[in-house]
Write a protein that binds this ligand. Structure first.
Ligand SMILES: [Fe+2]
Length: 120
C-alpha cells in the first residue's frame, strides 16, 4: 500500500513528543543503531542530520547570547562576553554553513549514485 499523506490523520497533539528527551533514541544514537541495516550513504546522511541539528542549535545559542550581551551593563563582564561572542559566533557560522553544504552535497550524491554497501 502506497503512503498517501492526505489520508493520514496524524498523532493527537497531546500524544506527540515535545522534545528529544522523550524519544527512546536520540538522533545521535540512531546513527549507530542503523549500522548494517541501511546503505552507507543513508547512514552518513542521518549522521549529518544530527550534526546539522547540533550546529543549528549552537548557532542559535550564540546568537541568543549575542543579543543578551547588548543588555549587559558596560564593564569587564560585558567585555568578556562580547569577546567570546565575537570569537565563537564566526566559528559557529562556519560550522553551520559546513553542515548545510555537506548535507546538500550528500543528498546530491545520493540522488545521482546507486546504493552503497552498508557499514557493519
Ligand atoms: Fe559548532
Amino acid at each position: 500500500m502506497a503512503f498517501n499523506p492526505l489520508e493520514q490523520t496524524g498523532i493527537p497533539v497531546d500524544e506527540q513528543f515535545r522534545n528529544w528527551s522523550e524519544l527512546n533514541v536520540t538522533p545521535f544514537e540512531s546513527t549507530f543503531l542503523l549500522a548494517g541495516s541501511v546503505d552507507l550513504m543513508t547512514q552518513e546522511l542521518v549522521m549529518l542530520d544530527a550534526v546539522l541539528l547540533a550546529e543549528a542549535k549552537d548557532h542559535a545559542n550564540w546568537s541568543c547570547l549575542a543579543g543578551m550581551v547588548d543588555d549587559l551593563p558596560a564593564g569587564d563582564v560585558r567585555d568578556a562576553f562580547l569577546a567570546a561572542v565575537d570569537e565563537v559566533e564566526v566559528q559557529e557560522d562556519e560550522h553551520l554553513r559546513w553542515a548545510q553544504d555537506m548535507r546538500c552535497r550528500m543528498i546530491s550524491l545520493q540522488a545521482t549514485s546507486g546504493p552503497t554497501s552498508s557499514m557493519g
